[in-house]
Design a protein around this ligand. Structure first.
Ligand SMILES: *[C@@H]1O[C@H](CO)[C@@H](O)[C@H](O)[C@H]1NC(C)=O
Ligand SMILES: *[C@@H]1O[C@H](CO)[C@@H](O)[C@H](O)[C@H]1NC(C)=O
Ligand SMILES: *[C@@H]1O[C@H](CO)[C@@H](O)[C@H](O)[C@H]1NC(C)=O
Length: 269
């Protein structure tokens, strides 16, 4: 696939940016920004439309990450190229790494009781594991979600780790946190999920919590809140929670600090 270059790779873009700066300076009017983010059209077409799409899709992505967009079903067709570029870029890796860095900063300041009661809850998909190889073959969230097809990918147990999440996971273990994995995957997927986690480098979690038959009808926010609540009633203190969906983090029995990883490819309520 011929993907557009990442929009924020400073070195690669230095000379086109300088050129643009000079052009903009020459034709500057007060209403125009001096530097445009999208100096290079990602594909052939009307330049103004491309610029408008780039601007719109960056705003759309921010609205999605902040949950201002609320529930949404698919990446808008005009944004597919930008989301593909973002997910394949250093920017996605960096956006994820900075979340892990803030998580680690917070975790290092927690006073660990030493009795195993200090807990951290991780979501799995797009948090510990990356399904990017699957989404790359399925339009980066622009296609309608196909559960059977996705479950086929899950069964392969080949999803790689998100590198910054793997480092955070290991650091939290060293600090003495008890790790719980709370996923929207279902109980019949337990074995392949364990296999995949081990393959990706994760180990020694305390408990892997999946949706059982009773949980199936619940929205993710309710299901995950109930399970966190059970952990609390078992005496655990949930200091941190990491997830790529707001439904991983909101509801009740929420962690002292919640950390939202980027995911502009799908939304789970
Ligand atoms: C995260 O922390 C590491 C180690 O301190 C640092 O090298 C890296 O630049 C940081 N990344 C971001 C995006 O802040
Ligand atoms: C899952 O793995 C356990 C052993 O780890 C095995 O006993 C069980 O039969 C497996 N279940 C399925 C559905 O494969
Ligand atoms: C599902 O798990 C909950 C506890 O989280 C339990 O109360 C319920 O009985 C379980 N349902 C099934 C069908 O195993």
């Amino acid at each position: 696939m011929d993907l557009p270059a990442p929009s924020m790779a400073p070195r690669r873009f230095l000379s086109p940016l300088l050129l643009l700066l000079l052009v903009s300076l020459a034709s500057a009017s007060p209403s125009q920004p001096l530097i445009r983010l999208y100096s290079k059209p990602p594909f052939a077409g009307d330049r103004k439309v491309l610029r408008d799409d780039g601007l719109y899709c960056e705003s759309w992505r921010l609205a999605v990450e902040t949950n201002n967009a609320g529930s949404w079903a698919q990446v808008p067709p005009r944004c597919e190229q930008l989301i593909a570029a973002y997910m394949s870029s250093d920017r996605y890796a960096s956006d994820s790494a900075i979340v892990a860095n803030y998580s680690s900063e917070f975790a290092r300041a927690v006073e660990i009781a030493g009795d195993g009661s200090d807990a951290w809850v991780f979501d799995i998909d797009e948090t510990l594991l990356s399904n990017l190889p699957y989404y790359e073959a399925h339009g980066f969230g622009s296609e309608v979600f196909d559960e059977n097809s996705f479950d086929g990918w899950v069964d392969l147990a080949e999803a790689p780790a998100l590198p910054s999440s793997l480092s955070l996971y290991k650091e939290l273990q060293q600090l003495g946190f008890t790790i719980f994995l709370l996923t929207g995957r279902s109980e019949p997927q337990r074995n392949v999920t364990e296999k995949n986690l081990l393959y990706a480098g994760y180990s020694d979690w305390k408990r892997l919590i999946l949706r059982n038959a009773t949980d199936q009808g619940n929205p993710a926010t309710v299901y995950k809140s109930e399970k966190r609540s059970e952990l609390e009633s078992q005496g655990y203190t949930i200091h941190g929670s990491s997830g790529d969906q707001w439904s991983d983090l909101l509801g009740f029995a929420i962690a002292k600090r919640s950390f939202k990883l980027p995911n502009p490819m799908y939304y789970i309520s």
